[in-house]
Design a binder for this molecule. Structure first.
Ligand SMILES: Nc1ncnc2c1ncn2[C@@H]1O[C@H](COP(=O)(O)OP(=O)(O)OP(=O)(O)O)[C@@H](O)[C@H]1O
Ligand SMILES: [Mg+2]
Length: 272
């Protein structure tokens, strides 16, 4: 599969500018993100790779506007983020969506599936008839190979982990944001379902021109899906660049170690 496209000239959709995020103070101080800048272009698939605790999710939350940076700023189409009013938040989350590690904690378990979908239409600012609503939900479900009529009336906890991951992607399909930040979206599921989920996300990029930032500790997976890699260690982006170049010619010891930890990287992913 070739997901690499030449678009280095295209516009930066989302940028992080000198983002710093500190937790705690004194001896308990943690620099979760330490002066990270990156530009994320239209239609680009990039991955942020690093070991546990390297600051990936913290950076993701900041870029999603869910957490404030200690300093630095996030820019959306070169405008600094301003998420003071509900209207501004709705408008931003309509364009920049996140999916997270644990689908169980991402959904309100008291809401039935149709309510979870309806919230997407609300975020889109659309009011449609019940009939049209069912058509849209069914279309979103069929994109992820789920049957809406089998889900209608159910609660999230009545679904399997894999079904729930698909449901998250169905919601993304319905929302059709400009940018998707996917934080370890496949960590809860088996390898077979994992590649299906990744392919579905990449299909969204191909059909809707969505930019996707994958966040993972799995360099093999990141290499498989992305054109650009950012390697993060201890809050710092230690290396960045086109995926192939970076794997062929790593410049930092940390990246070399990550590559060594994926012994079959080349055979396995090149032939996938
Ligand atoms: N709310 C918080 N309060 C205090 N420390 C935090 C908080 N959130 C994150 N941290 C710390 O910041 C650092 C980075 O955490 P983060 O969750 O961003 O890492 P990560 O790269 O996403 O790890 P993982 O791969 O395990 O998900 C860690 O040392 C973590 O303990
Ligand atoms: Mg994380």
């Amino acid at each position: 599969m070739d997901n690499r496209i030449e678009n280095s000239e295209s516009t930066a959709v989302l940028s992080a500018r000198n983002i710093v995020r500190q937790f705690g103070t004194g001896r308990n101080k943690v620099m979760a993100v330490d002066n990270v800048s990156l530009d994320f272009r239209e239609g680009e698939v990039a991955s942020l790779v690093g070991e546990s605790g390297s600051g990936k999710s913290t950076l993701a939350k900041i870029m999603l506007g869910l957490l404030k940076p200690t300093s630095g700023e996030v820019r959306y189409y070169d405008e600094p983020l301003s998420l003071t009013t509900l209207r501004e938040k709705r408008s931003y989350w309509r364009q920049v969506q996140g999916i997270f590690q644990d689908p169980f904690s991402s959904f309100n378990q008291f809401f039935k599936i149709e309510r979870l979908f309806r919230d997407c239409l609300y975020l889109r600012g659309e009011r449609v008839s019940r009939q049209r609503e069912r058509e849209l939900f069914a279309e979103a479900c069929s994109f992820v190979k789920l049957k809406y009529r089998e889900l209608e009336g159910k609660y999230p906890f009545e679904l399997s982990g894999g079904q729930m991951q698909r449901l998250m992607i169905a919601r993304v399909f319905l929302l059709n944001p400009k940018v998707l930040i996917a934080d370890e979206p496949t960590s809860m599921i088996d390898a077979c379902t994992r590649s299906t989920i990744l392919d579905m996300l990449l299909k969204l990029r191909d059909t809707n021109g969505m930019s996707i930032l994958f966040i993972t500790h799995d360099l093999g997976l990141a290499y498989y899906v992305s054109e650009t890699l950012y390697i993060m260690d201890n809050g710092v982006v230690v290396e960045r660049g086109p995926a192939q170049e970076l794997i062929d010619n790593p410049s930092s010891d940390y990246t070399r170690q990550l590559i060594a930890d994926v012994p079959k990287l080349h055979e396995e992913w090149l032939t996938a």
